[in-house]
Design a protein around this ligand. Structure first.
Ligand code: SF4
Ligand code: ZN
Length: 319
């Protein structure tokens, strides 16, 4: 049947039907389409320039493994240098497998790999904090702590190795969730910062890039499977408690009836962003280039967020 063949090459074995644009693709054309699309995004949005040293945040999950493999195409062509960092937050039963895969993938691609553990660096694990918080009904969500410390580690490693870009595997689902979440929470200041590339006026922050931003999560999963890459698909045990998860479920369900919805969220947001930025960014500049009195890291107040959390956590772990 003609409508069941690859719309690119005519081959009969189709692995995907993209409802949002009508394409049906065989494995080979599908993989090529993902790589071409990501490389096109990088070029169009000027995410890297020749000579960039890119540090990839590599969890060992599908998104970051796919990202590393695609960025490796640019490394092989001599356009960029590439290194990777994996953070071990101390989430047992979840992170170990990701670290093993991250080690193997970087070894195979000959990419320098850094592993930083919360335990060594800060003296706690996310599991320990959550255990100590078990009986506190008003406790912070694991991701609130985790996110702050992860951002700090990424940024520190990037600075230490003189990386010029910090790349993360955020996909189309993540981005449409972030836009909706921040909008529904009325968090416009955070919302206007979402983008292909985020840089700060503070030079101690390495610019961040998201080359997979236009690829739906499902397609990244299929890309790694069809490519035969080893990844782990398990989710973090703490993720289910989050508002992000609720928004994710809502968007996924809506996508079934309205296949283009995630692209509409992203594209609509990109259209209004310049106007939003004009009105909002200027209002929230406190002390952007300040320095934390305790740790010397960049901070908008006298003490950075991670030092505030650290103090809090240490007293909780003592009790
Ligand atoms: Fe950390 Fe939350 Fe991500 Fe789990 S889901 S790794 S707790 S930020
Ligand atoms: Zn600090």
């Amino acid at each position: 049947m003609t409508n069941k063949v690859c719309t690119q090459c005519g081959y009969e074995h189709v692995v995907i039907h993209r409802k949002y644009n009508g394409q049906r693709l065989c494995s080979k054309c599908f993989k090529k389409s993902i790589e071409t699309k990501v490389l096109k995004t990088i070029k169009k949005q000027k995410l890297v320039t020749k000579g960039d040293k890119v540090l990839v945040g590599l969890s060992g999950g599908k998104d970051s493994v796919a990202l590393l493999k695609i960025l490796n195409i640019l490394k092989e062509k001599g356009i960029i240098e590439l290194e990777a960092v994996t953070i071990d937050e101390g989430i047992s039963g979840y992170r170990e497998e990701g670290i093993r895969i991250a080690k193997e993938t970087t070894k195979e691609l000959n990419v320098k790999h850094h592993i930083i553990t919360f335990e060594d660096k800060y003296g706690f694990t996310i599991d320990k904090i959550m255990k100590a918080e078990e009986d506190n009904p008003n406790h912070q969500h694991a991701c609130t702590y985790c996110g702050v410390f992860r951002r700090q580690v990424f940024n520190q490693v990037a600075r230490e190795i003189n990386a010029t870009k910090l790349a993360t595997g955020h996909n189309l689902d993540d981005e449409s969730q972030s836009i909706m979440m921040n909008y529904l929470e009325g968090n416009i200041n955070n919302m206007v910062r979402i983008g292909y590339k985020t840089s700060s006026s503070d030079k101690r922050f390495t610019p961040k890039i998201k080359p997979l931003r236009e690829i739906p999560e499902k397609e990244i999963g299929l890309y790694v499977l069809e490519s035969g890459f080893e990844v782990h698909f398990d989710g973090c045990p703490y993720a289910h408690e989050s508002f992000r998860m609720e928004i994710g479920d809502f968007i996924r369900e809506t996508t079934l009836k309205h296949p283009t919805i995630m692209y509409s969220i992203l594209n609509g947001f990109e259209k209004i962003k310049p106007s939003l930025k004009k009105d909002y960014i200027s209002q929230q500049i406190g002390k952007p280039n300040g320095t934390c009195e305790i740790c010397g890291e960049p901070a908008s107040q006298n003490i950075c967020k991670s030092c505030k959390f650290l103090k809090d956590i240490k007293s909780k772990l003592k009790n």
